[in-house]
Design a protein around this ligand. Structure first.
Ligand code: NAD
Length: 713
């Protein structure tokens, strides 16, 4: 089957239709490029053809690059340098040919035209888009650490001016049809049914179309270069804003700005050469690989349950029981109700359950309006009666975090549940294998650790007890998908994966504070590294009295020394003694003045006086990131996680680990195994054995075995 089909009508207009066979959306495959090149050549060379309309045979125009293919090419470029980066010479040549060949090309766009899809449209002389809400245009390459290398950084500014183009290039967010018309990316908006005919008419009426930038005397709208009126806003202030936003962790926005600045001052063809050079730099930088691999390829695979146990038939929960109508139970009930699942929400009294349901309905109302609220209202049955759980095929408990309460509730629910029903716990700290013993179904018992607020946090950490069956895992994953969550799979262990890694982060911050590292330096280094939450601020949020209880419980449970977080405990105890329990008290590591912004508590420097000699920010940054990376390696070595992607996706979605790293394990690959080991050895000598790299990592380095496949020589 062909990707591109070409038909010529009676008036000599070619209809070029893109329809990648076997794919849900059109992407720039090798076949696409080859056949599109051939199609444009035919249009230009066949004297019977007067011009062409390019459209899509699918419900959407074109999504741009195939990220999996791109990822493989980037891996090669990282290993061999920018010269090995993918190039788009063929695409650029045929698109330039379309522009300058003397025949009109018009794009008829319905659905999304993104990335390479929009770049193809920009190379046409005319663009018409359907008025459908699904019709959007955009250049999202910056989100994967790249820039549009099919002329996007050159044509868009030439078409609509640099100031209007920069937000589209730098934020990567698409715009709907009406906005695209307003800023001049498209020339017309029509109903979908009239698209192609509209484009045809334009082609007939514009036999000798050229691009504005190929006409004599053309000037870029709003001007280019250092002397343009907008130059200080676009380039000088723009650079400062980008650097402050990205902390220099993301190279793409600055490269885009440079490509636009330099390229728009040159003739078009030299502009695309500048674009290609910056693209090669980005495509050989691990940040692009990290973003593509974790955030797009692997995350999408996990969302589609590509890691689900094979051979278990697909399942769909028909009636979900939620035990405990507190913060988490409400969020879970809302997510299920919203997904069209009937929910039984149980608490200790009908009033408690009703209040929880009312809040779930309210979340629905605020998120999606009155209709969604009514759906949620109808889906949730609030009750205090266990008999109402009888027909549930899946139950998640989210009651108080004590063994006594959980054991009572689990025992009672098992009395009414059918044999086949699955029981899950949303515990954040209690081992799943132990909790399973309170039920009558250890093989059908599983941990489902949601994150707060449930309605917004995409991660679900699924925890296997020692007896949890593969069928139970598959059914829990099916439910995760139904609820719109991205599941990672973890084996039972103290703190599971996410809490265990996060504890090392706050513990390291506490160690530094106690050593005399300035609290402002700790907080700023965390932000500069790209952590979503700085450690002192996050401890204030979760509250220091709660932290104390968790730490005391861990000690009472006789947990291994390495899980006791011995640096954090004395600091947390001292802050509690001082009455500084965190944000809820208006006093923690920060002060929270009424109506004002929080600021670091000045008294902290009396409790933990900063040393006169402070470490450099890079050392602090390394300590905060590397301690988490090392713990992730230990989790992999101990079998707590079985695939690197579980760690990387879990850390980014659950802990706010910086996306540019690709996750804690990808970070090690980014730094380089050898360099990472050397830094950790130095940190171990300076700070203590917690930085001593696990043996498994040294072996990996010796064998040149990366976490994600073989090392490139
Ligand atoms: P919460 O205190 O807000 O809610 C607990 C609810 O359970 C309350 O409504 C309470 O009335 C109800 N409950 C208590 N005993 C009960 C019983 N015997 N029968 C029925 N209902 C009973 O707590 P939460 O923050 O929603 O946490 C619930 C669970 O989720 C805990 O295990 C917690 O560790 C876990 N968790 C919490 C978070 C978080 O950020 N809060 C994150 C992940 C997991």
């Amino acid at each position: 089957m062909n990707t591109i089909s070409l038909t010529v009508d009676a008036q000599g207009i070619a209809l070029v239709t893109i329809d990648c066979p076997g794919l849900p959306v059109n992407v720039a495959t090798h076949e696409f490029t080859e056949q599109m090149r051939a199609a444009t050549e035919r249009v230009l060379q066949d004297p019977a053809i007067v011009g062409a309309v390019i459209t899509s045979g699918k419900d959407s125009f074109m999504a741009g690059a195939d990220l999996k293919t791109l990822q493989a090419a980037i891996d090669t470029a990282i290993a061999s340098g920018p010269a090995a980066a993918p190039r788009f010479d063929t695409e650029n040549r045929y698109m330039r040919g379309m522009e300058t060949g003397g025949k009109p090309f018009a794009a008829a766009i319905h659905g999304a035209a993104l990335g390479g899809g929009l770049e193809l449209c920009l190379a046409c002389h005319y663009r018409v888009i359907s008025d459908d809400p699904a019709s959007i245009v955009g250049l999202p390459e910056v989100k994967v650490g790249l820039l549009p290398a099919g002329g996007g950084t050159q044509r868009l500014p030439r078409l609509i001016g640099i100031e209007a183009a920069l937000p589209l290039l730098l934020d990567g967010n698409p715009v709907p049809a009406a906005r695209a018309l307003e800023i001049g990316i498209v020339d017309a908006v029509t109903p979908r049914a009239e698209l192609v005919e509209h484009a045809r008419r334009w082609v007939l009426a514009n036999r000798n179309a050229t691009q504005p930038w190929d006409r004599k005397g053309w000037q870029l709208p709003g001007g280019a270069g250092a002397l343009a009126e907008h130059a200080s806003r676009s380039f000088y202030i723009g650079t400062a804003q980008i650097r402050s936003r990205t902390q220099d962790n993301y190279p793409a926005p600055l490269a885009i700005l440079s490509a636009v600045y330099e390229g728009t001052q040159l003739p078009f063809d030299r502009g695309t050469a500048v674009e290609a050079r910056y693209f090669a730099q980005l495509a050989s930088d691990p940040v692009a690989r990290n973003l593509i691999r974790t955030q797009f390829v692997n995350r999408k695979r996990y969302e589609r349950l590509g890691h689900r146990p094979a051979g278990v038939p697909a399942s769909r929960v028909t009636r979900l029981g939620v035990l405990g109508a507190g913060m988490m139970g409400i969020g879970i009930a809302y997510s299920a109700g919203n997904a069209g699942v009937a929910v039984v929400l149980l608490d200790t009294s009908p009033d408690q359950a009703d209040a929880g349901k009312a809040r779930a309905v309210d979340i629905a109302r605020r998120a999606s309006g009155e209709e969604a609220a009514l759906r949620c209202e109808a889906a949730i049955l609030a009750t205090a009666n266990y008999d109402d759980l009888r027909d549930c095929d899946f139950v998640i408990e989210a009651v108080f975090e004590t063994r006594a309460v959980k054991s009572e509730v689990l025992g009672r629910v098992c009395e009414v549940l059918g044999d086949d029903a699955i029981l899950a716990s949303n515990t954040s700290t209690l081992p799943i294998t132990g909790l399973a013993d309170y039920s009558d179904r250890p093989t059908r018992f599983i941990g489902m650790h949601f994150f707060s607020p449930v309605e917004r946090m995409p991660l679900l950490e699924i925890i296997l007890g020692t007896q949890t069956s593969q069928e139970t895992l598959a059914r829990a994953m099916d439910l995760a998908r139904l609820l719109g969550k991205t599941p990672i799979v973890v084996n039972d262990s103290p703190g599971f994966f996410t809490s265990r890694v996060f504890c090392t982060y706050v513990d390291e911050a506490m160690a530094m504070l106690a050593e005399g590292v300035s609290p402002a330096l700790i907080e700023n280094a965390a932000r500069m590294a790209g952590m979503a939450a700085s450690p002192l601020a996050v401890l204030d949020e979760v509250s220091l009295d709660l932290q104390q209880r968790v730490a005391d419980q861990a000690s009472a449970d006789g947990l291994d020394e390495r899980f006791l977080r011995n640096h954090a405990r004395p600091v947390i105890a001292r802050m509690n003694v001082l009455g500084r329990q965190g944000r809820k008290r208006g006093a923690g590591f920060y002060d929270y003045p009424a109506g004002g912004r929080k600021r670091l508590w000045p008294g902290l420097s009396e409790v933990y006086p900063p040393n006169p000699q402070q470490p450099d920010v890079e050392t602090v940054r390394q300590r905060l990131l590397y301690i988490q990376a090392l713990e992730s390696v230990r989790c992999l070595a101990e079998g707590v996680i079985t695939a690197p992607a579980d760690a990387d996706i879990g850390a980014i979605l659950g802990l706010g680990f910086p996306a540019w790293t690709g996750g804690p394990l990808s970070l090690i690959e980014t730094v380089g195994l050898d360099a990472f080991l050397r830094s950790c050895d130095a940190l171990a000598a300076a700070c203590g054995p917690r930085f001593a790299p696990p043996q498994s990592l040294r072996e990996r380095n010796r064998e040149q075995q990366l976490f994600y496949g073989e090392a490139h020589s």
